[in-house]
Design a protein around this ligand. Structure first.
Ligand SMILES: Cc1cc2nc3c(=O)[nH]c(=O)nc-3n(C[C@H](O)[C@H](O)[C@H](O)COP(=O)(O)OP(=O)(O)OC[C@H]3O[C@@H](n4cnc5c(N)ncnc54)[C@H](O)[C@@H]3O)c2cc1C
Length: 231
């Protein structure tokens, strides 16, 4: 299983998948009771036609299951894509580690000194230029201290007998890594990519989207390119 490392400790894996470029075209050709065993140039044309004309249902006879490990603030943005990702039932397409049950050590996303961004000059959301490494280093250190204090209070509460499901309130949640499975059809994945690859999406979810794109492209090269081309 290929694993792409992202965001100082996170990763994305394509855990499982169903279908191929050929299954997309066979799903379209079933209307004529036709089926092929090998993809050819005509299939390339058909995939392009389907994406261009918005005949999207053949792309939904596919499924991609990703295991993702990212900071919670990225997972929250990713979760907004659960409607279009629902393969059969949107409510089963997302499962996440919650820290209600698990005893795994919490891990946190801490930007390096050269990874802190300034407030944008002309927009209410997003980021501007990177801060200097000197200023960034100060915030990396402050975040490390903040997380250490949160972990200390978490442990103190647990040792005092507080339930893990409440003790987790002390953990700095936005930066805490969470692990989840996200399953969607290729159409849902492409819709996510169309919204989260552009520059206006937050840098951290763009990094996640680029990894998802690389993994999905290996299995559905023609279909994914066509869906992204016609957006
Ligand atoms: C740059 C950026 C900034 C954002 N900022 C914010 C923010 O500040 N706050 C916030 O809450 N969200 C924000 N979002 C999230 C955004 O509003 C969407 O919720 C998110 O991108 C998921 O996309 P989606 O709604 O298309 O859902 P997806 O699950 O990706 O796709 C759903 C698909 O199904 C279709 N669909 C959904 N419901 C129906 C229906 N009932 N009938 C027919 N079709 C349906 C949609 O048209 C869409 O094609 C932001 C997104 C981006 C890209």
């Amino acid at each position: 299983m290929k694993k792409i490392d992202i965001l100082n400790g996170g990763y994305v894996i394509l855990q499982d998948y169903m279908g191929s470029d050929l299954s997309v075209t066979n799903s379209a050709r079933v209307s004529y009771n036709k089926k092929k065993d090998v993809l050819d140039d005509k299939d390339k044309g058909l995939i392009d036609f389907l994406a261009r004309e918005g005949h999207t249902s053949p792309f939904r006879h596919t499924s991609l299951q990703f295991e993702v490990y990212v900071p919670l603030y990225v997972a929250r943005q990713h979760w907004k894509h659960i409607i279009g990702s629902g393969f059969q039932d949107p409510f089963v397409a997302w499962n996440e580690s919650s820290r209600r049950y698990i005893t795994e050590e919490p891990e946190f996303y801490i930007p390096n000194a050269n990874e802190w961004r300034s407030k944008p000059a002309n927009s209410k959301q997003g980021s501007g230029e990177n801060l200097s490494e000197l200023s960034g280093g100060v915030f990396t250190k402050k975040l490390e201290e903040h997380i250490a204090e949160g972990e200390r209070l978490y442990e103190e509460a647990m040792e005092a007998g507080v339930a893990p499901e409440q003790a987790r309130l002390f953990l700095p949640a936005y930066s805490m890594f969470v692990r989840y499975y996200w399953t969607g059809s290729l159409q849902g994945v492409a819709h996510f990519l169309n919204l989260r690859l552009p520059e206006d999406a937050q840098y951290e979810i763009r990094v996640l989207a680029e990894a998802v794109q690389e993994l999905a492209h290996e299995k559905f090269p023609l279909s994914l390119d066509a869906l992204l081309k016609y957006n």
